[in-house]
Design a protein around this ligand. Structure first.
Ligand SMILES: Cc1cc2nc3c(=O)[nH]c(=O)nc-3n(C[C@H](O)[C@H](O)[C@H](O)COP(=O)(O)OP(=O)(O)OC[C@H]3O[C@@H](n4cnc5c(N)ncnc54)[C@H](O)[C@@H]3O)c2cc1C
Length: 411
């Protein structure tokens, strides 16, 4: 590619970009996904370990499965679902059931306080709703940081209150990421083409990449907020309201590490434990996902950034220290690291999923708004109710494609 002309350029080939391009292609609109990486899928990314298991390094759960549009796509591909419930409670050998019930009540109370606070219309950090030294403050912070990728002191109450989830969570045996990437099979794609500038000053939009320039009548931008927020020169003329919106919706961090576990049968299938219950800087360990002899470990928030700074080995060393703290020193012999992915230093993600900082919940609509009916925006951060998810990304991509189709009709 040195100079390409296309009617619609879709910038970014993750869940949102693929969804948009699929719809445009279905309407026989000439479109091209322009993607920085050598693969499609973005934060939807499945790899295989040595024993052949599909490991989702990014999204794994099809949240709100009863209304998740990826379910139909996966079904049309003949994919096998796992409908096992995600582990909600902790292993009883680590935390007695009664204690867990007390924590469950504290968690429910927090969501109730979030709803009440949001209803006042005054946004504030969620940490203000939790006593600084309450019995459950550490574990509430650990669970919420795992969910949102950021600690309670950084998160907007109003934004969290808008999040919707039907509580039905499925997975795909061969990987969510693999299914999303495969769904782009009929879409034209330019890989390894990082966009450096979107010049919308002239009659055509000029999309600049190191491989050449793409001219388009319209473009759908699906880049992560980390990229939009950090690159003021990405758009020409500049779009300061988009930069500001993206900065209000930074990506939190959640990194996974998969560990092989010897004699896994000792543990229940799909069971869970947190390394510590008194602070956010801990790991969430999901034992035997899909019944496999593995532990899927999650590290989130500021602590995940610190682990990334320590290199790949830091994740495993930390996991071993927490797991031997729970199950005894001998447990270390049963563990072997398999794969991790450092999303915080991944140059085309720079984080895992978006959260709104206090006061920025309405920035999602600002980010999503089209510019002059030529530049359209999609991506998980644009979603009001399904942000931070792959199905939220799908829906925003599909809506952006609808807007393009309507704009063509009106022009
Ligand atoms: C560890 C982890 C666990 C998760 N778990 C879940 C889960 O269980 N369920 C769920 O629903 N969601 C989950 N998510 C979130 C989900 O993966 C994302 O919300 C979703 O994939 C985002 O899609 P997107 O299209 O908005 O963004 P992206 O997937 O980030 O797509 C943007 C694309 O733009 C590309 N790009 C970046 N810069 C440039 C550039 N300059 N030029 C061209 N292209 C560029 C990127 O490479 C990428 O392909 C998880 C994410 C992570 C990281």
């Amino acid at each position: 590619m040195s100079h390409t002309k296309v009617e619609v350029a879709v910038i970014g080939g993750g869940a949102a970009g693929i969804s948009a391009a699929r719809k445009l292609a279905a309407h026989r609109i000439d479109c091209l996904i322009v993607e920085a990486r050598s693969r499609l899928g973005g934060r939807a990314y499945t790899v295989r370990d040595a024993s052949g298991f599909a490991l989702d390094m990014g999204c794994g759960w099809l949240h709100s499965a009863d209304c998740n549009p990826w379910v139909a796509v996966a079904t049309s591909q003949g994919r096998l679902f796992s409908k096992a419930t995600p582990p909600r409670t902790t292993m009883t050998k680590v935390m007695p059931l009664e204690t867990q019930r007390a924590f469950g009540a504290a968690m429910a109370a927090l969501f109730e306080h979030v709803a009440q606070s949001a209803a006042t219309g005054r946004d504030r950090p969620i940490s203000e709703l939790v006593p600084a030294d309450g019995r459950w403050t550490g574990l509430l912070n650990a669970v919420m940081t795992y969910i949102a990728g950021a600690e309670l002191d950084r998160m907007s109450t109003i934004d969290l209150d808008r999040y919707e989830d039907t509580e039905l969570n499925w997975r795909l045996v061969e990987g969510y990421g693999a299914m999303i990437a495969a769904s782009a099979d009929k879409v034209a794609t330019a890989l390894e083409s990082p966009v450096t500038r979107v010049d919308h000053s002239g009659r055509h939009i000029r999309i600049e990449t190191p491989k050449g320039t793409i001219e388009a009548d319209r473009a759908i931008v699906t880049l992560p907020t980390s990229i939009i927020g950090e690159n003021e020169d990405l758009f020409f003329p500049a779009l300061p309201h988009k930069t500001e919106a993206a900065r209000g919706l930074p990506l939190g961090l959640d990194d996974k590490l998969f560990i092989a576990l010897d004699n896994a049968e000792e543990f229940e299938v799909e069971s869970r434990v947190f390394g510590r219950t008194d602070r956010a800087a801990t790991g969430n360990y999901h034992f035997r996902p899909f019944g496999r002899p593995l532990i899927e470990c999650y590290f989130a928030g500021r602590w995940a950034h610190e682990l990334e700074a320590g290199g790949d080995d830091a994740f495993f060393a930390f996991a071993v220290s927490e797991l031997t703290g729970l199950f005894g020193a001998e447990f270390a012999r049963r563990l072997k690291p398999l794969r991790t992915h450092k999303w915080g230093v991944d140059p085309f993600a720079c984080g895992s999923y978006s959260y709104a900082i206090p006061g920025a919940a309405d920035q999602r609509a600002v980010l999503a708004a089209p510019v002059n009916e030529r530049l359209f925006f999609a991506g998980e951060a644009c979603s009001r109710h399904d942000f931070s998810t792959a199905h939220g990304a799908f829906i925003t991509g599909s809506e952006a494609a609808d807007r393009v189709i309507a704009a063509r009709r009106n022009s």
